[in-house]
Design a binder for this molecule. Sequence first.
Ligand code: B12
Length: 187
Amino acid sequence: MKDIVLTTINAKWTHPSLALRLLKANLGSLEPQCEIIEFALRQPLCEKTEPLLAMRPRILGISISIWNHLATIELLEALEKEWVHSEKPIVILGGPEISFLPDDAKIFEYADYIIRGEGETVFSALCESILQNENKMIGCGRAKPCRRHMAGSPMQPRQSVRPTPPAIRSRQGFARPHQRINFQYDR
Ligand code: B12
């Protein structure tokens, strides 16, 4: 069981998400505690909810794009019903669609945090802060930390983390999810 699960609903199986792989690769010491699970739009809802519920992460990060916006609302609605009976993870939303939605968008009702813009640094810092605080609460003798309370109650405005984009973006310091391979061609 991993603490952090990153997921998204891809338009097709042939379009896996680069964002999830970048976010995982940049988690630093938390990287081994993170797992990626991806779905495709045409899969039935239960094929998405069942594995996510079984994984029982403490943090669920979801990448939202225009093609999965409504399907993700449907997924989160179904998960919320099940989380009444089990411990609910902290839900963090990010992705190109999230970055430009107005603050009163319906999908934000299901989120504990939203991250607008590039996610590599902010997601890692947020996960670290969430897991450290939870550990502190467990250390203080609280058997079941109240996550909702920590992150704002369902009907209150959620927390929005908007990183300030650097004037010039440098890839230095970011981990890449893929290896650089130099091919040598024999002619
Ligand atoms: C490559 C690409 C494609 C490829 C492959 C797509 C794929 N699924 O892999 C192809 C050509 C198939 C394609 C198709 C389409 N695309 Co396209 N595509 C792109 C492009 C150029 C790069 C995407 C990418 O990989 N970016 C790199 C990743 C790492 O960036 P990212 O996803 O934004 O993730 C970062 C942040 O958003 C954030 N983040 C993302 N997820 C999460 C999750 C969490 C929890 C957190 C904290 C942060 C976070 O952190 C990440 C790292 O910084 C973008 C434009 C762009 N420059 O980004 C458009 C873009 C994603 N595409 C877009 C669109 C509209 C489409 C189509 C619907 C076009 C059409 N009408 O058919 C189709 C959709 C079909 C599909 N997806 O299969 C839009 C999406 C707009 C939106 N609001 O979601 C974009 C943004 C272009 C645009 N500006 O309009 N696309």
